[in-house]
Design a protein around this ligand. Structure first.
Ligand code: UDP
Length: 250
């Protein structure tokens, strides 16, 4: 399916929608994306996935380097109601929002089910240690882990290689994690990478996720803003995004 602002994703026959300079894959449910990452016969997708929200779309509009970095990930999925609404309106299909944190947790369970080896990168060392324990308890084959404050990238690369990992979640926040993924994937072309931001903190209870009602009302971003007011600068472009989206100017 192709039109002026929609096209078919090369990674799969997944329709994508152009939002500003970013093409976003229209997934109808999370399982569709999970099965793209680890196929029903256990094949792991070689490449990277990245969550797209209005903040990233706006950053890409202002900075071609950000746009280029986002386009390096083959699987761009909508994590942000502002992006999903626009996609639904343009496609006239029930595109689903896929929260990155939930996708990551489901992917870990899929790794457990298919015994796909995982190497964890990112977060503070105690958070990482707790994340690892919890995942191993769920049956996830965690073959290695390095916290997000390492200073020898070559050593990290060597460790991942030696571990035989196939899936590598990177929890270092944007754009740090995407930049690292861009470098690592050149050396590890058979692996799957996913930037997961603060997911390890949420998973271990260091950072609270918004209560269910806020999530249902799609106000998770507001909850995060109120509980971490320092994020105001990062979310400042949201209003501008909404304005452009309402008038179909993006
Ligand atoms: N972090 C890291 N290395 C750094 C800076 C940050 O591993 O040099 C980790 C930090 O411990 C936290 C996560 O990155 O776990 C930041 O999450 P944030 O919520 O800022 O990411 P977002 O989801 O907003 O991209």
């Amino acid at each position: 399916m192709t039109s002026s602002n929609t096209s078919t994703n090369t990674a799969e026959s997944i329709v994508s929608v152009q939002i500003g300079p970013v093409k976003v894959g229209a997934f109808m449910h999370q399982q569709q994306l999970l099965e793209t990452i680890i196929s029903p016969d256990g094949q792991v997708f070689a490449g990277a996935a990245i969550a797209i929200n209005p903040e990233k779309v706006m950053a890409a509009r202002h900075d071609p380097k950000v746009a280029a970095m986002l386009s390096q990930a083959e699987l761009r999925y909508a994590d942000g109601i502002g992006v999903v609404m626009l996609m639904r309106r343009r496609l006239k299909q029930p595109v689903q929002r896929i929260p990155g944190c939930e996708l990551w947790q489901s992917l870990m369970l899929r790794c457990a089910a298919y015994q796909v080896p995982v190497y964890l990168v990112g977060a503070r060392s105690e958070v990482l240690a707790q994340t690892k324990v919890k995942l191993v308890h769920q049956g996830v084959p965690v073959v290695g882990a390095t916290d997000g404050y390492f200073n020898d990238e070559q050593q990290l690369l060597a460790e991942i290689r030696q571990s035989g990992a196939k899936v590598i979640p990177v929890a270092m926040g944007s754009p740090r994690q995407e930049q690292l993924i861009a470098r690592l994937r050149q050396q590890l072309p058979d692996c799957f990478f996913m930037g997961v931001g603060g997911s390890f903190d949420v998973f271990t209870g260091q950072v609270k996720r918004a209560p269910a009602l806020w999530c249902r009302l799609h106000l998770e971003w507001l909850y995060r803003l109120l509980s971490q007011p320092s994020r105001i600068g990062r979310q400042g472009r949201l209003v501008q995004y909404l304005w452009l989206a309402i008038w179909e100017r993006i």
